[in-house]
Design a protein around this ligand. Structure first.
Ligand SMILES: C[S@@+](CC[C@H](N)C(=O)[O-])C[C@H]1O[C@@H](n2cnc3c(N)ncnc32)[C@H](O)[C@@H]1O
Length: 249
């Protein structure tokens, strides 16, 4: 896997790995033992570290907790593993998805016997390779004052994406890579997603004058990503969409 690319090529990684919660992906079943899941995590985080430039960043969307099949501190465990393989910690953004439908598992309802506590949020870790201050690149930032002020607050509130609309079992919304790319990369930077799925990161990167690169184990998802990209880029060329839109609306 490490040899897929030779050496350091990315300025920014924006990704969301499989959560190991039994999502029905085409090519993987998403049900490893927790120990094997952490080993898998260590491996891909190590590869991404190797592929990232010295002042490159990793914006990593992961769960806070795992409730299915036993309670696990996934967010804390992945944060620790990322530092074990070399990533430096910068901060954690809380993504408030507003997904109240998750509040179905109560454990022992209205009893202290064994209640469940589930936060309807996910984490977005902000990590970097060696230097936090960006070196090289165009030095052109395209973030507005309002975006910068709003997004540096560290709690991001916007909805998740519809699986049906996108045709993938676990897409994230465009808003996530949109904010990450605008905040943490320069125009012209290489933005990579090693778990590209329906290609949301590469799509947003291309729409905002970055070089998007994506990998996925599943060929069908790669084709889906290519189709999304060609449809949206064509629409953009024809002037039918405004990509300065506010995705939270
Ligand atoms: C959470 S989804 C990513 C969704 C993506 N952010 C989007 O917006 O569509 C995780 C993706 O990882 C892919 N995947 C699982 N194991 C993989 C592996 N070992 N290497 C590459 N891709 C893998 C799955 O096929 C799935 O598309």
């Amino acid at each position: 896997m490490r040899n897929t690319f030779s050496g350091e090529f990315c300025d920014l990684i924006v990704t969301s790995p499989p959560y190991n919660v039994g999502v029905a992906y085409n090519s993987t079943d998403d049900v490893l033992s927790y120990e094997d899941y952490l080993k898998f995590t260590e491996k891909w985080l190590g590869n991404c570290y190797y592929w990232t430039k010295n002042s490159g960043r990793l914006i990593l969307n992961i769960p806070l907790d795992k409730n299915k099949g036993g309670q696990k501190s996934v967010g804390a465990d992945i944060t620790a593993i990322s530092q074990k393989v070399g990533w430096k910690y910068h901060s954690t953004i809380i993504w408030n998805e507003g997904n109240i439908s998750r509040r179905t598992a109560w454990g022992s309802f209205m009893s202290a016997s064994a209640p469940y506590v589930i936060a309807p949020v996910e984490l977005i870790l902000v990590l970097y390779k060696n230097e936090w201050k960006k070196i090289g690149g165009t030095r052109i930032s395209d973030i507005s004052k309002k975006e910068f002020m709003d997004w540096t607050s560290g709690v991001w509130t916007f909805n998740g994406e519809s699986k049906k609309r996108i045709g993938h079992p676990a897409p994230f919304p465009k808003e996530l890579p949109y904010r990450a790319i605008k905040m943490f990369s320069y125009v012209g930077d290489v933005v990579f997603d090693p778990f590209s799925g329906s290609g949301t990161t590469t799509l947003v990167a291309a729409l905002h004058n970055r070089i998007g690169m994506g990998l996925d184990i599943d060929e069908q998802y790669c084709n889906l990503a290519k189709n999304r990209l060609s449809i949206e880029l064509n629409l953009l060329k024809m002037g039918k969409q405004n990509y300065a839109e506010d995705f939270t609306k």
